[in-house]
Design a protein around this ligand. Structure first.
Ligand code: PAN
Ligand code: ZN
Length: 201
């Protein structure tokens, strides 16, 4: 999620509109769309993801709208994060998830629509689930990888705010995954150990 803006760019005061009902930002500098076809390996059952693709086509799992802010100390990045509803087998639609490249940076999510969880997990596997529903904020502390998980039946929409120079590191999530995943069992979301942990590729 690198933005084409120099770190020396001077930012003038600005305001931007975005609709809490659909998460769409007016005049964004970046609109990221992540589809299932590129992320089948992220699920605990990639075969189920391939079957889903064949049956329903390439669905959109999540989107991000953001303005371009220089990635430097003192600035604040903010975006609208939209995770769509759905499941691959028993696993809910979710974002890829990442550590911040600067591990000592936190993030605040403020949920405006939908239901779900923020999975927050440290490198040693210690984890927490932060409940997300309208009016609820989740504070993701420094050193925690984080992933939004939509357990409801409408889009999970949040405003996310984090330090200007945090950056994103997807490396270990792509290769090893999270140690925990959230799945639906008996109609309820539960966290289980990731059976593919350490061998996501
Ligand atoms: C969010 C996420 C956004 C998309 O803005 O970047 O929800 O998730 P992935 O980056 O894991 O694909 C954030 O946490 N920024 O730091
Ligand atoms: Zn983040």
């Amino acid at each position: 999620m690198e933005l084409k803006i120099s770190n020396n760019t001077i930012i003038k005061p600005f305001s931007v509109g975005w609709d809490p009902a659909d998460g769409i930002m007016d005049d964004p500098d970046n609109h990221i769309e992540r589809c299932l076809s590129k992320l089948t390996d992220m699920f605990i059952d990639p075969g189920a993801a391939e079957a889903y693709l064949k049956e329903k086509g390439d669905v959109l799992l999540y989107e991000v709208y953001e303005k371009a802010i220089p990635q430097r100390d003192g600035e604040i990045q903010f975006c609208s994060s939209i995770t769509h509803p759905g499941r691959i087998g028993e696993e809910y639609f979710m974002t890829k998830g990442h550590f911040h490249a600067r591990r000592d940076t936190a993030e605040l999510y403020y949920c405006l629509r939908g239901r779900g969880y923020m999975l927050m997990e440290k490198e040693d596997g210690e984890y927490e689930l932060g409940e997300m529903y309208p009016g609820r904020s989740v504070y993701v502390p420094a050193f925690y990888a984080h992933r939004s998980i939509n357990t409801g039946d409408e889009p999970l929409i949040s405003l996310a705010v984090y330090p200007g120079d945090a950056g994103h590191d997807y490396g270990s999530i792509e290769t090893s995954g999270f140690k925990h995943v959230v799945v639906e069992r008996n109609g309820k979301p539960v966290a289980i150990e990731n059976p593919r942990y350490g061998k996501m590729e």
